[in-house]
Design a binder for this molecule. Structure first.
Ligand code: KG4
Ligand code: ZN
Length: 368
C-alpha cells in the first residue's frame, strides 16, 4: 500500500509517499519538507498567522514534489507538475494520511483541508493522524534502503521494536510518557504539567539571545562548556507519578542569566550545559522508572528533542545502571522533527479511514 502523507501542524509543510508491503516496515519513497523557521528565527518564535500563510504557498508544490519524486520524476514547472501529480495520485496512491492535530489551527487547516479536497476529488481513503503518536512511528521508517532507527543499546542496525514499550514524546509543544501494548492500544501515563521540554529550551535560549528554535543551539553551545559547575534543580524528579515540570527551570535560569553582567560566550556555554543536563536527567530518570514499573523492555523516543545527542548519551550511560537494560530506540535525526513520513508510517499501522466530511482540524487533539 502506498500512502501520501501530509503534515502541517506547526511551521513545517511536509508531504511524503510511504509504502508498506505486508509484514515489512514502511519505506519512505519520497519526502519533502519546507520550513518557515528562518522567518521565525528572526521574530524569535512562531507567529501562527505568518506560519499558515507560508504553508498555503508551500502546500501544493510540496505535495507535487513528493508525488513526482515517488516516481523518480523531476519537477520542471508547475503546469506540467500538476498534470503528472494528478496522474500519480490517481494511479499509484492508495490512501491519504494527514495530521489532524494537535497544533496551530491555521497551520492544521492548510493540511487538513488540502487532504480532504484531494481525498474527495481523487476518491481516496483518508486517515486522520494524531501528530504526537506519529512522532513515535518515525521509529518504524525505512529510508535509503536501511532502517532509520538507532538502537543505542544494541547494534545500530538491529531493529528491536517490540511491544510492550514505553514511548517518550519530547517536542516543542509536548512532553508525554505512554505505555504501548500494541498498535492502537496504549495508555497515557504522564506528561508535563506546564512547559514542554523543547518549549523550555526555546524560552531559555531566547533569554540567552540564541536563534529560534533554540534546542539545537543549546546543544551546540553546551559542547563548549568546560567547568560544568552550574546546577539547576530537577522538578518532580522524585515524585511518585510520571509527570514533568519545566517552567521552574525556565524561571531559575532566567534569574541566573539576569545576574550575569555582562554575559560572556563562556557563561552562555556553561548555562546551556546546565539547562540541557537538567532536562535530559529528568527525562531519562522518569522514562527508565516507567519502563521498570510497566515491565517494558523497549523504550521509543520521538519528537524534536530526541535529536539531542546529550539525551542519547544520558540514556546510554544510565542504561548500564538499569537492572532490565531495555532497548532504547531513537528515530533517525531527519525524522525527529516534524515530517510527513512519520504520519504515513502511523497510518500504515493504524489504517482507519474516516469519511472526509467527518474530519476537522483539531488544535487540542488529545492522546486519550
Ligand atoms: O517535534 P518538533 O519538530 O515540533 C513539535 O511538534 O513541537 O520539535 C521541535 C522542538 C523545538 O523545541 C526544538 O528546540 C527542539 O524540538 N529541538 C531540539 C533539538 N532539535 C530540535 N532540542 C534539543 N536538541 C536538539 N538537537
Ligand atoms: Zn512535532
Amino acid at each position: 500500500m502506498r500512502i501520501l502523507a501530509i503534515e502541517t501542524s506547526c511551521d513545517e509543510t511536509s508531504a511524503a509517499v510511504v509504502e508498506k508491503k505486508s509484514d515489512n516496515y514502511p519505506v519512505v519513497i519520497s519526502s519533502r519538507i519546507a520550513s518557515s523557521s528562518d522567518l521565525h528565527s528572526i521574530t524569535g518564535g512562531i507567529i501562527p498567522e505568518q506560519a499558515a500563510r507560508e504553508q498555503l504557498q508551500y502546500m501544493i508544490p510540496i505535495i507535487l514534489q513528493a508525488l513526482l519524486e515517488s516516481q523518480n520524476e523531476e519537477f520542471i514547472d508547475l503546469p506540467s507538475a500538476f498534470k503528472r501529480g494528478k496522474a500519480i495520485l490517481t494511479q499509484s496512491i492508495d490512501a491519504i494520511a494527514v495530521t489532524q492535530g494537535p497544533g496551530l489551527i491555521g497551520s492544521l487547516l492548510v493540511g487538513v483541508e488540502t487532504a480532504k479536497t484531494l481525498a474527495y476529488t481523487c476518491n481516496k481513503p483518508l486517515i486522520p493522524v494524531n501528530h504526537l503518536l506519529a512522532h513515535l512511528y518515525a521509529n518504524w521508517l525505512i529510508a535509503d534502503g536501511s532502517p532509520q532507527v538507532e538502537n543505542i543499546v544494541n547494534n545500530h542496525t538491529q531493529r528491536a521494536i517490540s511491544f510492550p514499550f514505553i514511548g517518550l514524546i519530547v517536542s516543542g509543544g509536548h512532553t508525554d510518557l505512554l505505555y504501548f501494548e500494541d498498535h492502537g492500544k496504549y495508555q497515557w501515563i504522564g506528561g508535563t504539567r506546564d512547559d514542554a521540554a523543547g518549549e523550555a529550551l526555546d524560552k531559555i535560549g531566547r533569554l540567552l539571545g540564541l536563534p529560534y528554535p533554540a534546542g539545537p543551539e543549546i546543544e551546540k553551545q553546551a559542547r563548549n562548556a568546560t567547568h560544568k559547575s552550574i546546577t539547576f534543580s530537577r522538578a518532580l524528579k522524585n515524585s511518585q507519578d510520571f509527570d514533568f515540570s519545566f517552567s521552574g527551570l525556565k524561571t531559575e535560569a532566567a534569574r541566573f542569566i539576569q545576574k550575569q553582567h555582562p554575559i560572556s560566550e563562556k557563561d552562555i556555554s556553561e548555562i546551556c550545559f546546565a539547562v540541557q543536563d537538567a532536562v535530559t536527567d529528568i527525562l531519562v530518570f522518569k522514562t527508565y522508572k516507567a519502563a521498570m514499573r510497566y515491565n517494558a523492555d523497549t523504550i521509543l523516543l520521538g519528537g524534536g528533542v530526541s535529536a539531542n545527542d546529550a539525551l542519547k548519551d544520558t540514556f546510554k550511560t544510565e542504561n548500564l545502571k538499569q537492572k532490565m537494560k531495555p532497548n532504547v530506540i531513537f528515530p533517525d535525526k531527519k525524522y525527529t522533527t516534524d515530517n510527513a513520513a512519520m504520519v504515513g508510517a502511523y497510518a500504515a499501522y493504524n489504517y482507519i479511514p474516516v469519511d472526509w466530511r467527518q474530519i476537522k482540524a483539531s488544535p487540542e487533539l488529545h492522546l486519550v
